[in-house]
Design a protein around this ligand. Structure first.
Ligand code: PBG
Length: 327
């Protein structure tokens, strides 16, 4: 051995040593819990492909958010499922629509004790399941959709949301949302742009959670999984249009994208550990093939290590409780 005295293993000799030299630390405040609320539900209803995740009633949603706050989670991201969907996704822009009433409920429950965010997209509300309005020929109409997003943003802001998350991947969506919010006087409402969002099969279980009827795919507006430079362009545009924070989605299969975005921009970078990422681990763990808790924490650390400062994960409350018990 040429360097007999140099032994990296010395830094791994005890739990205390490993803890001291750890390069990456997760904190509950960096975790965001996505939650689903369904109009007209009396009791929460399990989502079969997302074990442990439910469609909430308005009442159970309030409780879940209060529990998340108790666990120290940094924020929640709300998704609404209307009783009836239509071609224009009118439930999303209606101030009495489920997402908007749920925002009011939640902000009324927890106030400013955690950050309340809402998904700003039409796919949960449209009968065809696309993120925007369709032209006659079935293609998503970018600019007509922007007008709907502007109305949706103002409705969510009026309901008291702290952060809106435009996630439809329409060109110009961040600029239009910022302008609409500002014109309506909501200059403090923050934009978390789903800036680099891939056309991913990892969203599969989410489609069950929001009862999406999407037939086809989103490849004409979400990104090609083969690309990374395209993400830098998308993020640059969103930042120029006024995004306060940007997100990469999914997370685990796109750690290089997270890392590239982190290196190039000075806004907070979030990553969304999406439904399929969660479901794969839960399914393998249910079979006894992997150690669920260790994989949960390992994936979260890897996403943090890649450069995401904020992580959206269906494990947020559980992981937050574990982290608080550790430190
Ligand atoms: C769009 C949206 C989706 C997800 C979050 N926001 C679905 C999509 O873009 O197809 C997926 C999240 C997940 O899979 O956990 N409203």
């Amino acid at each position: 051995m040429s360097f007999p005295n140099i032994r990296p293993r010395r830094l791994r000799t005890s739990a205390a040593m490993r803890r001291m030299v750890s390069e990456t630390r997760l904190h509950p405040a960096e975790l965001v819990l996505p939650l689903f609320v369904k109009e007209g539900l009396a009791e929460p209803r399990p989502v079969s492909s997302l074990p442990g995740v439910v469609q909430h009633s308005r009442e159970s949603l309030r409780k879940a958010v209060a529990e998340a706050a108790q666990a120290g989670v940094g924020g929640v991201m709300l998704f609404g499922i209307p009783e009836r969907k239509d071609a224009t996704g009118s439930g999303g822009t209606d101030p009495a629509g489920i997402l908007n009433v749920a925002i009011r409920d939640v902000v009324g429950e927890v106030g400013d004790s955690l950050v309340v965010m809402s998904d700003l997209c039409l796919d949960e509300f449209t009968s065809h399941g696309h993120c925007g309005l369709l032209r006659e020929d079935g293609v998503v109409d970018n600019d007509a959709t922007l007008a709907a997003y502007a109305r949706m943003a103002v409705a969510q802001a009026a309901a008291g949301v702290h952060v809106v998350g435009p996630s439809g991947m329409m060109d110009g969506q961040v600029g239009v949302v910022r302008q609409a919010l500002d014109e309506a006087g909501y200059t403090d409402v923050t934009i978390l742009a789903y800036a680099a969002k891939y056309a991913s099969a990892f969203y599969g279980p989410f489609r069950e959670a929001v009862e999406s009827s999407l037939d086809g795919d989103r490849r004409s507006y979400q990104q090609d999984p083969a690309n990374v430079r395209e993400s830098l362009r998308e993020v640059a545009l969103d930042v120029a249009e006024g995004a306060d924070m940007v997100m990469v989605k999914p997370a685990l299969a796109y750690l290089d994208v997270i890392s590239a975005v982190r290196a190039s921009f000075d806004v907070p970078v979030a990553a969304y550990q999406v439904s399929g990422e969660y479901a794969m681990v839960e399914a393998a763990a249910a079979n006894g093939w992997i150690d669920r808790e260790r994989i949960m924490m390992e994936t979260l650390h890897s996403i943090r290590r890649a450069g995401a400062q904020v992580i959206l994960t269906y494990w947020a409350a559980e992981a937050a409780r574990r982290l608080r018990a550790e430190y």
